[in-house]
Design a binder for this molecule. Structure first.
Ligand code: DTR
Ligand code: ZN
Ligand code: ZN
Length: 316
């Protein structure tokens, strides 16, 4: 569900309407402020949850987890890849070894756009060994998958080149994303105009946190949530705790969204966001109870729509 969020196109329409009401003509309306950006589509939370159900089934069928080096991780990657291949993405599997086990990154390029200006969105696809990892991080993985599928359905053709990524072995220390960044030539690294990270965006006792790294990316997310009337806070659980860190360390502008992990929601936060004060944002963090029952649909929905909004806005 997406409420109206003023994008450039909406603002232009408002200006035109005011001009007509004042007895003017459309010709009097202020010209569009630069190229108008087609509004991002609403991302169906039902569709995102359907991906989570698949990831849950994969974990259940593979020893209860989707961890690095286990069958459940590769089965998760194969699921995501099949959806992207069918939707017209150019997919690449990047293989690496960590802790004596083979790991994989999945990179999906949407054909078109200026390959000298690449906007990336990424999420780690691996879980810890103790559970299915549905919030951590099926939520981010499913949300960017559905956003990528929305790009395909819309045949979105932005100025920038779009690239989506699902990282392996984040739980072992950002291994997959580090491997990817380190594998880039200096030239290719400089072509990445921004990296958006989504790791835990459906926490059951959610907060709405925006990374405070690149100001333009931060502003884009804040604009979206302001349009929803949802207050946000700066993510302060610690730099370097997810896959944006290797990109930031390489000088790439980064940003992202987070709904909270094992930190406890304060009374002030509960007053503005609802939920339960004195309880962790996700009390199943890194636990076997991180299943499809461990998701707040409203947070997942809002964050998924915010992802699409940012991809459309930042790829113009
Ligand atoms: N390290 C992530 C969870 C996590 C903890 N703090 C943050 C801050 C921003 C993003 C993610 C996180 C994990 O366990 O996968
Ligand atoms: Zn984790
Ligand atoms: Zn995570």
């Amino acid at each position: 569900m997406q409420l109206s969020v003023p994008g450039r196109a909406t603002a232009t329409a408002v200006v035109a309407a005011v001009s007509l009401l004042a007895g003017g003509s459309l010709a009097d309306a202020a010209p569009a402020a630069g190229p108008t950006v087609a509004a991002a589509p609403d991302i169906s939370v039902t569709a995102v949850k359907a991906h989570l159900t698949q990831l849950q089934s994969i974990a259940t069928a593979n020893g209860g987890n989707r961890a690095h080096g286990r069958a459940g991780y590769k089965a998760s990657l194969d699921y995501v890849k099949a959806k992207l291949d069918a939707a017209g993405f150019t997919t690449t599997i990047q293989q690496f070894t960590s802790s004596g086990r083979v790991g994989y990154n999945l990179i999906a390029d949407w054909p078109g756009g200026d390959t000298n200006k690449v906007l990336m969105a990424g999420s780690h696809l691996d879980s810890v060994t103790s559970g299915a990892g549905i919030n951590d991080n099926g939520s981010g993985s499913a949300a960017i998958l559905e956003t990528a599928l929305a790009v395909s359905r819309a045949n979105f053709q932005p100025a920038k080149h779009l690239r989506f990524a699902w990282w392996g072995a984040e739980e072992l220390g950002l291994v997959g994303s580090r491997y990817y960044v380190n594998s880039l030539s200096t030239a290719n690294r400089s072509r990445i105009s921004g990296y958006l990270n989504f790791d835990m965006i459906g926490s059951p006792n959610p907060g709405y946190f925006v990374y405070d790294d690149d100001p333009a990316i931060e502003k884009t997310f804040k604009t979206y949530f302001t349009g929803l009337g949802v207050p946000t806070e700066i993510e302060t659980e610690g730099d370097g705790r997810s896959d944006h860190a290797p990109f930031k360390n390489a000088g790439v502008p980064v940003g992202g969204l987070f709904s909270g992990a094992d930190y406890v929601k304060t009374a002030a936060q509960a007053a503005k966001w609802g939920g339960t004060s004195g309880r962790a944002f996700d009390r199943c963090y890194h636990s076997s109870c991180d299943t499809t029952a461990n998701i707040n649909d409203t947070a997942l929905d809002r964050n998924s729509d915010a992802i699409a909004y940012a991809v459309w806005e930042l790829s113009a």
